[in-house]
Design a protein around this ligand. Sequence first.
Ligand SMILES: [Zn+2]
Length: 141
Amino acid sequence: MDSTSNNAKVYLFQEDREKSFKHWPFSDEKQCSVRKMAEAGFYWNGTDTEMDIAACFVCGKELDGWEESDDPWSEHRKHAPQCPFVKYGRPEAYLTCEEFVTLMMATLKMRFQTNYTTLKTNGKMLIEKKRKEMEKLLRTN
Ligand SMILES: [Zn+2]
């Protein structure tokens, strides 16, 4: 698998994000260990030559140039304050079921933004068409 295949995946679960880190240059004792990265929403988006690239599973924000003293949550907050996961500011284990579902929806919406916009536009057009048909029916009766 090459690194581009990472992009097609949706890393909803912390466990999957942890597993995505194949060549992370920082050890488990560091502030930005794999576990802490995954906890703060990051999955590995690096390559063999550029290992320190990670992206958020919800907002898609990609960050590189990590340093061992970097705190994943702080970095996430600093670079993507609008991210719904950052707004909760809690690891997966501390989210309610409802919060998790909300995040899941946000993730899918973000991921399929183009499709979603198309769907919405088509949906509106369809509703408008139906409304006109109804009006016509109402007028004739
Ligand atoms: Zn994010």
